[in-house]
Design a protein around this ligand. Sequence first.
Ligand SMILES: Nc1ncnc2c1ncn2[C@@H]1O[C@H](COP(=O)(O)OP(=O)(O)OP(=O)(O)O)[C@@H](O)[C@H]1O
Length: 267
Amino acid sequence: MTTPSPLPGPGAVPGSPAIALHGLWRRFGQKIAVAGIDLVIPAGSFYGLVGPNGAGKTTTLSMATGLLRPDAGTALVHGVDIWAHPVEAKRILGVLPDGVRLFDRLSGAQLVTYAGLLQGLDRATVVSRTGDLLAALGLEEARDTLVVDYSAGMTKKIALACALVHAPRVLVLDEPFEAVDPVSAANIREILHQYVAGGGTVVVSSHVMDLVQRMCDHVAVISDGHVLAAGRVDDVRAGSSLEERFVELVGGRITGEGIAWLRTSSD
Ligand SMILES: Nc1ncnc2c1ncn2[C@@H]1O[C@H](COP(=O)(O)OP(=O)(O)OP(=O)(O)O)[C@@H](O)[C@H]1O
C-alpha cells in the first residue's frame, strides 16, 4: 500500500493583496499589545509602518509573518493564511525580524547559503545568489568572517541577504536601517526600490518619518495597538510633513521646563 502524499497547500491567489490582516489581537498578560488591527497592504506597494515605541509594530509584523501566534484574527500573505498554511505562505515571504538571532557561528556566506538551501533552492542557484547578495550589500570582504564577529550594521545586512535569497514576493523588514551606515542604507534602499519596481512588495517599520515619507508610497500609523491612519503617504500626511501628521495623530509631545537637575548652567 502506498502512503498518500499530503495535499499541496494553496498557492498565492491572483489579484490578492500582498498582506491582509483582519482583526488581529495579541495580549501579553494584562497588556493588550495589538487591539484588533485591520490592514490591507496592496501588492507592489512600498509600505511603511510607523508608530511610537511600544505601539505594537513588532507584535503586528511578527503575527503577520508567522513568528508569533495571534490570540485572534487572520493574516493572509497573497491570500494564503500564514497560520493555516505556514509552509506555502513562507515560501512567498522574506522576513527580517527585529532583534534577529542568527546562527552566528557560521560565516556570512555560509549563513546565506544555509538560508537558501533551507528554502529548497539548488546549490548552484544558492552559490550564485549568495555572491550577488554579498556584493550588493558590501559584504564581500567579510564573506568568510563569522557572523558573531560582525558589527550591528553588518549583521542587519546579512540578515537581509538571508531574507532575500529565495526571491520572495513580499519582504517584511522590521527596522532595516537601524545601525546601518548611510552608504549601506542608500544601497539597501536602491535594492528595495528595484525589488518593488520588479513587482515585489516591501513592508518596513521605521521611526524615521523623513525616510518613510521619501521611500514609501503607503504608510500606516499605529499607536496603542490600533491603526490611526493608513493609505497613500500623500493622503495620510494631507499637506503636512509625515512627522507633523504623526505628532498630530499620536500626540505625546512633552513640553515645559524639562528635568531641572539636568540643567548645568547656574543662571
Ligand atoms: N514578549 C512580550 N512580553 C510582554 N510584553 C510584550 C512582549 N512583546 C511586546 N510586549 C509589549 O507589547 C507592547 C507592544 O510592543 P512592540 O514591540 O510590538 O512595539 P513596537 O511598536 O515594535 O515598539 P518599538 O518601536 O519600541 O520597537 C509593548 O507595551 C511591549 O512592552
